[in-house]
Design a protein around this ligand. Structure first.
Ligand code: GTP
Ligand code: MG
Length: 225
């Protein structure tokens, strides 16, 4: 991590991820070695050693009491890179895909979103109900907003910093990715999807609740009309 203003900011929301966060940060470091970058961990007052481990490994740790969306919004506002990347802390997102996300932005796109459902993408972390829900939401968003996404509720993405500012993101919870995609479409941002392979959460408990968070995502879809 360089001392100059970083080129890339990786923003990681965390809630009790002590078994995973160290490996994630080390993975980012080896993937981004030749770039200048910063790692911002936005932690919801984890009861475990998440914050301590992240700090020891050189990440900037910020506390935030809200949900995943709140953490990402906070992280984006604190970031000083030109390219901002959102990434989960549970090793679902492979650090070796970071360069592909960066390449999307360097090619001139405003948002480069990982997709599990395009050729060479995939997931090993999606039970049937969530898969069906995501598929329905992708269809609904494309139908209502005229977009052509292949994935929606997936948080491994890169943005041009100026583009994030234009989105005025508000979602505090797991609706954040849906909001990003809808608002990027409405703002006519240049969007590209790149294949991503989502691994199973390495350790610890997932925080998303399929039914209640699914309902929140549905509300997000209609509240942005
Ligand atoms: N700051 C913050 N981070 C959160 C919160 N909820 C989840 N996270 C983090 O957001 C990321 C995604 O959450 P997950 O629990 O992995 O959600 P998911 O991938 O849909 O669920 P699993 O498939 O079960 O892992 C992880 O890095 C979590 O630690 C929260 O309320 N606040
Ligand atoms: Mg996860």
């Amino acid at each position: 991590m360089g001392k100059r203003a970083p080129y890339i900011s990786v923003i990681i929301p965390t809630l009790n991820e002590q078994e995973n966060i160290g490996r994630v940060i080390r993975g980012i470091k080896s993937a981004l070695g030749r770039y200048s970058y910063e790692i911002i961990v936005v932690d919801k007052h984890s009861q475990d050693r998440t914050a301590g481990i992240a700090r020891e490994l050189g990440a900037l740790v910020i506390n935030d009491s809200g949900g995943k969306g709140s953490a990402l919004i906070r992280g984006f506002s604190e970031a000083s890179g030109k390219i901002l990347i959102s990434m989960d802390a549970d090793l679902s997102h492979r650090p070796d895909e970071l360069r592909l996300l960066v390449a999307g932005i360097e090619s001139g796109y405003d948002m480069c979103a990982g997709s599990r459902f395009m050729a060479r993408g995939g997931t090993e972390d999606m039970p049937l109900l969530r898969r069906a829900g995501n598929r329905f939401f992708v269809w609904l968003v494309n139908f209502v907003y005229g977009s052509s996404f292949t994935d929606l509720c997936y948080g491994y993405r890169a943005f041009k910093k100026d583009a994030v500012k234009k989105l005025h993101l508000q979602e505090r919870g797991f609706g954040i990715e849906t909001e990003m995609s809808i608002k990027a479409t409405k703002a006519a941002l240049k969007i590209i999807e790149v294949p991503s392979y989502e691994k199973k959460r390495a350790s610890g408990a997932g925080k998303l609740r399929t039914v209640s968070d699914g309902y929140a995502i549905l509300k997000t879809i209609f509240s942005n009309l």
